[in-house]
Design a protein around this ligand. Structure first.
Ligand code: MN
Ligand code: MN
Length: 287
């Protein structure tokens, strides 16, 4: 059940409306990294999260806050776009919103592309979803940073600073929720990756470039058991697929012994596991 409170989560003030900046703000209203996408992604993930009511509550808390952010960024964009309604010159900045939308805000990005649920990452696997959410918050944060860089309006900067800050807050919460699942690093799903091949860093870009660039080495080719493997094209051995292709007996395609389905396995024991606890002693959960 949803309930609307007639108050913005953060107050919005605009000095001089700037319709072109208002257009840019739509990126966070109806764009791929925007507030509606975040709200829908976390909320639908939560509705799928039937057997971890602790982390479901987290997803619902943040999903609902994102809807409040949508309202805030919508209010800010609407104020900047207001001249579309009355000024012919301003209307040139967004003919679509002016003609088809009456000069109001709409669920489009800064180029007028319609919002789509294709933006959402909903895998049905809680730990995979949490990783997607951490990445989504990082993208939203960087977009806000760039928006702040494109206005001088103090009120707008103040509001955007708030929205940007909350994305880092959410990153922290999602990261903590992921860590507290206590899954081994790189343990995703149930099936274990093929030994040997999983540790081969394939040197797929070779030769000398015009800028003096050559094969570079770094932790990406030597950490977590990784080691570089040269391409056959460069006289190397290539990936060791010949050792394993079609040769692994069925029983060796074992399950990851520490893995469990994060969000789709039944069982009370996973409920509230690993640090999830009720926030209020009197709180009840309706099923
Ligand atoms: Mn947000
Ligand atoms: Mn967020």
């Amino acid at each position: 059940m949803y309930h609307h409170i007639k108050k913005l989560m953060y107050s919005v003030n605009v000095g001089e409306p700037d319709v072109r900046f208002g257009n840019m703000l739509l990126e966070q209203f109806g764009g791929p990294n925007g507030e509606l996408a975040a709200a829908m992604q976390y909320t639908v993930q939560a509705w799928n999260c039937v057997d971890d009511i602790g982390r479901r509550d987290l997803l619902l808390d943040i999903g609902t806050e994102e809807l409040s952010h949508l309202e805030v960024i919508g209010a800010l964009a609407r104020m900047h776009l207001a001249p579309l309604k009355t000024e012919r010159e301003a209307a040139d900045a967004n003919p679509l919103l002016t003609i088809a939308g009456g000069g109001g805000i709409n669920l489009v990005d800064s180029l007028g592309n319609a919002w789509t649920s294709s933006y959402l990452k909903i895998s049905g696997e809680l730990d995979v979803d949490l990783r997607s959410n951490i990445a989504a918050e990082a993208r939203a944060k960087i977009v806000y940073e760039r928006l702040i860089d494109h206005t001088q309006d103090r009120g707008s900067i103040d509001t955007l600073q708030f929205l940007m800050t909350r994305e880092i807050t959410h990153m922290k919460a999602f990261q903590a929720a992921l860590d507290s699942l206590e899954k081994k690093p790189f343990s995703i799903g149930l099936l274990k990756p093929t030994p040997g091949i999983v540790d081969e860093y394939f040197n797929g870009s070779t030769g000398e470039g015009n800028e003096g660039d050559t094969d570079m080495r770094g932790p990406w080719s030597s950490s977590f058991g990784l080691h570089p493997v040269e391409s056959e094209m460069a006289g190397g051995e290539g990936l060791s697929v010949g050792d394993v292709a079609g040769k692994i007996p069925g029983e060796d395609r074992g399950k990851q012994d520490d893995a469990r389905k994060a969000s789709t396995s039944p069982g009370e024991k996973s409920i509230g596991k690993n640090g999830a606890s009720k926030g209020h002693a009197t709180r009840t959960v309706r099923r």
